[in-house]
Design a protein around this ligand. Structure first.
Ligand SMILES: [Fe+2]
Ligand SMILES: [Fe+2]
Length: 188
């Protein structure tokens, strides 16, 4: 399947803003891939498709997760939106013709992170937070850091900022995000 095909298919399935966000993540992921010596085509495809399952409403998100045999933990049951990365990772093969375990994994891990992330996983996680359409307090600092710091330092800051954001909202923190951050700290 060509990239043009993927773009057209995705555009039909996502709302306009979400499609623009996806193109922004693809573009940002390629820039980071260039900087960190990661496969740029994989970065583009993973960035483009990372939110391909993001439009489902809560009930449908839970149904889809069950349909794909995805295990649902207690945080995800409370916030079904957190299931979109796993469903998206499952959908890229049948719908977009992408058969690539690294791309699947990067999509799978893009929302809450994981321990032992690959450079591609980290790039997609970071690109999702800093692509040009993102506007939130602190995004400029993270963008600047992404242009100068090493990959693990950017990743650590991104994880810390995500945890702080979720805590400030009084929301549940996904245990994988805590593990991802602890893992990086212990690796130093
Ligand atoms: Fe997402
Ligand atoms: Fe996203």
């Amino acid at each position: 399947m060509t990239i043009e095909y993927m773009r057209r298919e995705l555009q039909q399935r996502l709302k306009r803003n979400r499609f623009a966000h996806s193109v922004g993540v693809a573009y940002t992921a390629v820039k980071l891939a260039e900087r960190f010596g990661v496969d740029e085509e994989k970065a583009y495809i993973a960035g483009l498709l990372h939110d391909c399952a993001r439009e489902y409403e809560n009930d449908e998100m839970l149904d889809q997760a069950i349909r794909w045999g995805i295990e649902i933990n207690y945080v995800e049951r409370e916030m079904p939106i957190l299931l979109h990365p796993y469903i998206g990772a499952k959908m890229i093969r049948p719908i977009y013709g992408v058969r690539d375990a690294e791309i699947e994994q990067a999509i799978w891990r893009h929302t809450v992170g994981a321990i032992d992330m690959t450079p591609l996983d980290k790039i997609i996680y970071i690109a999702d937070m800093i692509e040009p359409n993102r506007t939130y307090p602190g995004v400029e600092e993270l963008r600047n850091l992404a242009e100068t710091a090493e990959l693990d330092e950017i990743m650590l800051t991104a994880l810390s900022e995500s945890i702080i954001f979720v805590v400030r909202k009084n929301s549940l923190v996904h245990p994988k995000t805590i593990s991802a951050r602890n893992f990086l700290l212990l690796q130093k």
